[in-house]
Design a protein around this ligand. Sequence first.
Ligand code: HEC
Ligand code: HEC
Length: 156
Amino acid sequence: MRLAVVGVALLAILAAGGGAQRTGIGAALAADAGGQLYGKECGACHMPYPPMMLPARSWHTLISGLNRHFGENASLDPQTAQTIAGYLSTNAADARGSRAMEGLGPNDVPLRITDTPFWIDAHEGVSAKRFTAPAVRSKSNCLACHRDKGGGGGGD
Ligand code: HEC
Ligand code: HEC
């Protein structure tokens, strides 16, 4: 029951500026070409992570190292990479005034959302066992726990 509420809470938590953006973990991506491309290319192996969970400098570093991406080759052609980088930096944590910037120093360039102080704090109360459970397996598998696909239904 509790988890069903988490996604809704993200609206308030992340959008510190109070904008009307849909910022939940599984929120629809921007309908513009960059958002579409991001969802397609960066959602092929895992969910397209919310851009506002990392600063633009992190997204740029990730995009420049796609040939060595967490043990995978996720390379893109330069044009596609550039479009996606533009989308990510426009919607990044620092660009959006997101609370995901909390605790990050100006020189910190986290390459994982799950390494940011904000994420670590938010999950302090979640037992380590829940991340290694067979249905989850990785901290990076956000949607295993966060279901805010919208519409009705509620949790599982
Ligand atoms: C070929 C598969 C593949 C593609 C395509 C891919 N990734 Fe990944 N990505 C991975 C794997 C594997 C991990 C590590 C997941 C884990 O540790 O459970 C990962 C992790 C990440 C993480 C860190 C998640 C965390 O723990 O906080 C980010 C951020 C990320 N990817 C961004 C991107 C972006 C941006 C793109 C598109 C440019 C992309 N990925 C495309 C395979 C891929
Ligand atoms: C094992 C399940 C699990 C996974 C995997 C997980 N989360 Fe969470 N997350 C939670 C729970 C439970 C909470 C609420 C913690 C609390 O209230 O004490 C939470 C809280 C949060 C919050 C803060 C919301 C609030 O109301 O304070 C954010 C943001 C968040 N998660 C994002 C993510 C992202 C992004 C990922 C993937 C990179 C992720 N989570 C992966 C279970 C998970």
